[in-house]
Write a protein that binds this ligand. Structure first.
Ligand SMILES: NC(=O)c1ccc[n+]([C@@H]2O[C@H](COP(=O)([O-])OP(=O)(O)OC[C@H]3O[C@@H](n4cnc5c(N)ncnc54)[C@H](OP(=O)(O)O)[C@@H]3O)[C@@H](O)[C@H]2O)c1
Length: 289
C-alpha cells in the first residue's frame, strides 16, 4: 500500500457514523473515498458486495452499515440477524479475497451489564437483547473470516444526523415542562464525529494491529445525567426527573452498566479522546442552528 493513494470504502454512508465520515473525508484530500448507501450496495447481498470490490480498487473498508433499531430487533429478528451477523461475514470474506482491510463497528451491548468497572476488549460477552446477540455474531464472523480485521465497539452514539437520544431529548425539552429519564443505566456517550475521527485514523494507519478496540467519549454517566446536561447546555427550563428502568419498560432489555475501557485504542493509535460534555456541547451547537 505504501506510495499509493489509499482508497477507503464506507458502507452505511447515510447513517450517523457514515454521515460524519463523509463530512470528515473532506479534510483528507490525499485519500480516495467511496461512500455507499443501502440502495447502492446492500451489504446483505453477497454478490453485490463481491461485485463492488471486484470493480473498485479498495484498500480499507469501514462498515458503518447496520440494523440499529434495538427494540424493533426483538420482533424483526430475521432482518436484524441478516444485516448485523450474516452481512458482516459476507463483507469479511470479500475483503479477505480482495486484500482489503476491514474495520467493522460493534457495540457495548455485547456485554451483560453486570460489570462495575469499564469493560475491556477481552472481557466475557453475554448480550441481554437480540440486537446485542446479532452484533456479537457479526463481530465474531468478521474476526473469524478475515484475521486482519479490526472491530471497534462503541456506545450511546449521537450526532446531528439520524435519530438519537440527544435529538430526541432536545425536541422533548422544547415541547414539555418536565420529562422523566432512567437513572440506573450507566454508559459512555459517543459523538459520532469523534468516532469517525478515530475510524479514519485507524484506516490510514499502515499495519494497524488487528483485533477488537473500544471507543467512546471520556466519562461514565446515566441517561438521566445525559438528559440533564442536554437541558443545561440548551438553557432549557424543562425539569428532568430520574426514574428507574422498571418504570420505563422497553421491548429490548438494556445492560445496566456498559461503560467501555478505551486505553487500548488510545495507546495503539496515540489517540486523545474528548470528554463527553465537551463533545455534547459541540454537537448541540450544530443541532440548535
Ligand atoms: N447508534 C448507537 O447508539 C450505537 C451504539 C453502539 C454501536 N453502534 C454501532 O455503530 C454503527 C453505526 O451506527 P449508526 O448509529 O451510525 O447507525 P444508523 O444511523 O442507523 O446507520 C446505519 C446505516 O446502515 C444502513 N443499512 C441498514 N441496513 C443496510 C444494509 N443491509 N446494507 C447497507 N446499508 C444498510 C442504514 O440505511 P438506511 O438509512 O437506508 O436505513 C443506515 O444508513 C453500527 O454498527 C451500530 O451497530 C451504534
Amino acid at each position: 500500500m505504501n506510495g499509493k493513494v489509499k482508497t477507503i470504502w464506507i458502507t452505511g454512508a447515510n447513517g450517523q457514523v457514515g454521515s460524519e465520515l463523509r463530512k470528515l473525508a473532506t479534510f483528507y484530500p490525499k485519500y480516495n473515498f467511496l461512500f455507499t448507501t443501502r440502495e447502492d450496495v446492500p451489504i446483505h447481498d453477497a454478490a453485490l458486495v463481491e461485485k463492488f470490490l471486484f470493480h473498485n480498487p479498495v484498500d480499507v473498508c469501514i462498515n458503518a452499515a447496520a440494523y440499529t433499531a434495538v427494540d424493533l430487533a426483538e420482533k424483526e429478528r430475521e432482518q436484524a440477524m441478516l444485516v448485523n451477523a450474516t452481512a458482516p461475514g459476507y463483507l469479511a470474506s470479500a475483503c479477505y479475497l480482495h486484500n482489503v482491510r476491514l474495520i467493522h463497528i460493534s457495540t457495548d451491548y455485547v456485554f451483560d451489564g453486570n460489570g462495575k468497572v469499564p469493560y475491556l476488549e477481552d472481557d466475557a460477552v453475554d448480550p441481554v437483547n437480540f440486537y446485542g446477540q446479532t452484533k456479537l455474531i457479526g463481530e465474531q464472523e468478521v474476526l473469524r473470516l478475515h484475521l486482519q480485521s479490526i472491530v471497534v465497539r462503541t456506545s450511546w452514539v449521537y450526532s446531528t444526523f439520524g435519530k438519537n437520544f440527544v435529538k430526541t431529548i432536545y425536541k422533548l425539552i422544547k415541547e414539555r415542562k418536565e420529562i422523566s429519564v432512567v437513572n440506573d443505566q450507566f454508559g459512555c456517550p459517543t459523538y459520532a464525529a469523534d468516532l469517525a475521527n478515530a475510524l479514519l485514523l485507524i484506516a490510514i494507519t499502515d499495519n494497524a494491529p488487528p483485533g477488537i478496540y473500544h471507543y467512546c467519549n471520556k466519562g461514565i454517566i446515566s441517561w438521566y445525567d445525559f438528559a440533564e446536561a442536554i437541558c443545561t447546555l440548551s438553557n432549557s427550563s424543562c425539569v428532568v426527573f430520574p426514574i428507574a428502568t422498571s418504570h420505563y419498560p422497553t421491548p429490548a432489555k438494556r445492560p445496566a452498566f456498559s461503560a467501555l475501557n478505551t486505553e487500548k485504542i488510545k495507546k495503539t493509535f496515540h489517540l486523545s479522546i474528548p470528554d463527553w460534555k465537551q463533545s455534547l456541547k459541540i454537537c448541540l451547537q450544530d443541532i440548535v442552528q
